[in-house]
Write a protein that binds this ligand. Structure first.
Ligand code: ATP
Ligand code: ZN
Length: 296
């Protein structure tokens, strides 16, 4: 397995909130992954890469050490790893739009809170001691950090701490534990990272190929192909309205002199509002279609 050193190694969460989305992203980028969740590695059948399934907490280390060239991990885990570190060993290539959550302070409903100053002298339980320490430092507050590896939301009830600092997405867990969300310490989503350790030319080439495919997938998520008909005098205004579109294609309509078909790739979301504006400007027969693949 490791003798094949030209393969790229990509670290993904083995099982958890990021694993399905991470696999889906690679699949959308055209990588055929052997199925089966129990093995620790899987080869990509049609690309010189191998996936390594690990705990999310280990992903920054693997990429930073160069054991894996790429990894997908939450910013929360990544920033906890990097806080207080100077040589990071990785760079963030893209925000992936999934695994969104927020690292938040929370406390029992009855606990008074009027901003970070209320934390002074208190005990705060968290699995993110470095991020919490950074937050306290930035707000110039002294408090005691109690590090727990899980079940942080139980800390107030167990009287281990009066505040907690934990990941929240819907807030349901907080509510179930009679906790109230307070200030935000970090907004997080999954990111793609690449090692900054040197790669040989062959692998650097493979890595570039992989990146261009993934960028293509990320670009198509937001992008739409938009088509409409319009009279010549409306073209200037229509071009101005199209969100994030460069140089639309404009072709004359057969049998309808002075009328044109306008086609464009919009790099931003196209909302109903935009369609209404286009219609008001003179466009008709407006179609918005998803883009399946794109390479810039
Ligand atoms: P592992 O066994 O890999 O260590 P884990 O228990 O640490 O798993 P998960 O609960 O699967 O991790 O969460 C993985 C990542 O998903 C988190 O680090 C975070 O980036 C993201 N995430 C998204 N929503 C939430 C949420 N509501 N709670 C916790 N993490 C979330
Ligand atoms: Zn973890």
């Amino acid at each position: 397995m490791l003798s094949d050193r030209t393969r790229l190694h990509i670290a993904l969460q083995k099982s958890g909130r990021l694993s399905d989305y991470s696999r889906e992203l690679l699949r959308d980028a055209g990588f055929r992954i052997q199925s089966g969740k129990n093995s620790l590695t899987a080869r990509v059948e049609n690309f010189p890469a191998e996936l390594m399934f690990v705990r999310d907490d280990d992903i920054p280390t693997f990429v930073s050490d160069g054991v894996c060239e790429f990894g997908i991990v939450g910013q929360n885990v990544l920033e906890e790893f990097s806080a207080e570190r100077t040589d990071l060993g990785y760079e963030v290539l893209a925000e992936l739009g999934f695994g969104r959550c927020t690292l938040k302070l929370a406390a029992p409903e009855s606990m008074p809170y009027e901003g970070p100053a209320s934390l002074a002298g208190q005990r705060i339980a968290t699995s993110y001691p470095r991020l919490l320490a950074r937050f306290l430092r930035e707000n110039d507050v002294d408090a005691t950090i109690v590090t727990m590896s899980g079940a942080v939301e139980l800390a107030p009830r167990l009287q281990i701490a009066s505040f907690i600092c934990d990941l929240v997405s819907t807030g349901a867990t907080l509510e179930a534990n009679n906790l109230r969300a307070l200030d935000t310490v970090l907004d997080s989503q999954a990111v793609l990272i690449r090692t900054t350790r040197p790669m040989d030319a062959t692998r650097a080439d493979i890595a570039a190929g992989m990146m261009s495919r993934i960028e293509g997938v990320l670009a198509t998520k937001e992008s739409k192909y938009i088509m409409m008909n319009a009279p010549g005098e409306a073209l200037k205004q229509i071009t101005d309205i199209l969100p994030g579109a460069e140089a639309p294609t404009i072709v004359p309509l057969h049998g309808r002199p002075g009328n044109f078909a306008v086609h464009a790739v919009c790099q931003e979301s196209v909302f109903w509002e935009t369609l209404q504006k286009l219609k008001a400007a003179g466009a008709s027969a407006i179609l918005v279609v998803p883009i399946e693949k794109m390479m810039m």
